[in-house]
Design a protein around this ligand. Structure first.
Ligand code: BDR
Ligand code: CA
Length: 303
C-alpha cells in the first residue's frame, strides 16, 4: 500500500476521501487545516474519521487555522458549520497530537523518503512548513493536490476554493519544485452525485455507510450540483486507472488579479517557454500540448 500523509479540511468530501484512503492506502498521519470550516471542527472531524473507520491509531495533527495573508473564508453553506452537514457528532475519544501539523510535516518528510503527500484543503500548512524548512522542497517526493482548475472555478469564475482561500500558500507550493499531481475541478466535476447515490449508500448501511449517506444527503439537498471532489482526487492514488487522461504543463497561481486571484493558470501552449524540447511551440502546433512543466493535470475520469 502507498504510504501517505493527508492534509485536509473536512469537509463532507474530505470525509469521503479519508474513508477511501484509510481503507486503501497506508495513512501515516492526518493534518487538519482551516478551510471549509474552522480548525476547531476540521481537526475534530479528522479524528472522528479515524474512529469511524476503526483506525484511531492514525495520528491526527492540527495545523493552521488562518491563511497566510487573508481572513479565512469558509464554505459552511456547502459543508454545514461543523463541516459534516447538519450532523451533530460527539467529541471523539481519540486525542489530537500535541505537535503542530506543520512540524509533523517537516519531521516526517525529513526522516522518510517513501511517503507522499495528499492535500485536500488550502495549502497553508504545506507552505508554512516549506518556509520553515526549505529542504522540504527536495524531501517531499510528490504531492497529489485537490485544488485549482484547468477550466473555471467554483469560488469565483476563475478560482477554485482551496486555492482561493490561500493563494499565497498555493503559489509557494506550486513554485516549490515538488512534483505535483493536480486533480482540479475540471476533473472532479465530471463526478456527479444525487439521491440515487445516497440511497445506494443507505442500502450498504453499517456505521460508515449510514454516516456517508447522511453527509451526502446534506450535500445533495443543499447544492444544485454535488461532486465529492476530494474523493475523486484520492481515487487517482487508490487506482491510477481511474484517471484516463492527464497532461503535464506549467501551472502558476495568480495572486494579484482583480478577477483572477486564486486562479491556476495552465500554460497549455508553452507561452512561458518551459518546454525544454521546444518541440511543440505555439506557432507550430496549435492543437498539441507540450509535455513539460511543474504539474501533471488530470483531465479525464473513468466514470
Ligand atoms: C474543494 O473545496 C472544498 O469545499 C472541498 O472540500 C474540496 O476540497 C473543492 O473546490
Ligand atoms: Ca477539502
Amino acid at each position: 500500500k502507498r504510504k501517505v500523509i493527508i492534509d485536509c479540511d473536512p469537509g463532507i468530501d474530505d470525509m469521503f476521501a479519508l474513508i477511501l484512503c484509510i481503507r486503501h492506502l497506508d495513512v501515516r498521519g492526518i493534518v487538519a487545516v482551516g478551510g471549509n470550516t474552522g480548525l476547531e471542527y476540521t481537526q475534530r472531524n479528522a479524528r472522528f474519521a479515524t474512529e469511524l473507520t476503526g483506525r484511531p491509531d492514525i495520528p491526527v495533527y492540527a495545523g493552521y487555522d488562518m491563511p497566510m495573508l487573508n481572513q479565512l473564508v469558509r464554505a459552511t453553506e456547502v459543508h454545514g458549520s461543523g463541516g459534516i452537514g447538519d450532523i451533530e457528532i460527539r467529541e471523539p475519544e481519540k486525542k489530537l497530537e500535541k505537535e503542530h501539523g506543520a512540524d509533523f510535516l517537516i519531521r516526517t518528510f525529513m526522516e522518510n523518503d517513501d511517503i507522499s503527500l495528499i492535500t485536500l484543503g488550502p495549502l497553508t500548512n504545506v507552505a508554512q512548513a516549506i518556509l520553515k524548512e526549505p529542504e522540504l522542497k527536495k524531501r517531499i517526493p510528490e504531492i497529489l493536490c485537490m485544488g485549482g482548475s484547468a477550466t473555471s472555478g467554483n469560488a469565483t469564475p476563475a478560482a477554485e476554493f482551496n486555492i482561493l482561500v490561500d493563494p499565497e500558500a498555493a503559489k509557494i507550493v506550486f513554485e516549490s519544485g515538488i512534483p505535483i499531481k493536480m486533480a482540479g475541478l475540471n476533473l472532479t466535476r465530471q463526478n456527479h452525485m444525487d439521491m440515487a447515490d445516497v440511497e445506494q449508500l443507505r442500502a450498504i448501511g453499517g456505521t460508515v455507510g449510514d454516516f456517508a449517506a447522511d453527509i451526502l444527503e446534506f450535500s445533495v439537498k443543499n447544492s444544485d450540483f454535488t461532486s465529492i471532489c476530494d474523493a475523486c482526487a484520492v481515487a487517482w492514488w487508490v487506482d491510477d486507472q481511474v484517471i484516463t487522461k492527464s497532461i503535464r504543463t506549467q501551472v502558476d497561481v495568480e495572486t494579484k488579479g482583480e478577477f483572477t486571484r486564486g486562479m491556476t493558470v495552465c500554460d497549455w501552449r508553452d507561452f512561458m517557454g518551459t518546454d525544454p524540447e521546444q518541440e511543440i511551440s505555439r506557432e507550430k502546433c496549435w492543437n498539441k500540448y507540450k509535455t513539460s512543466g511543474n504539474v501533471e493535470v488530470a483531465m479525464e475520469f473513468d466514470q
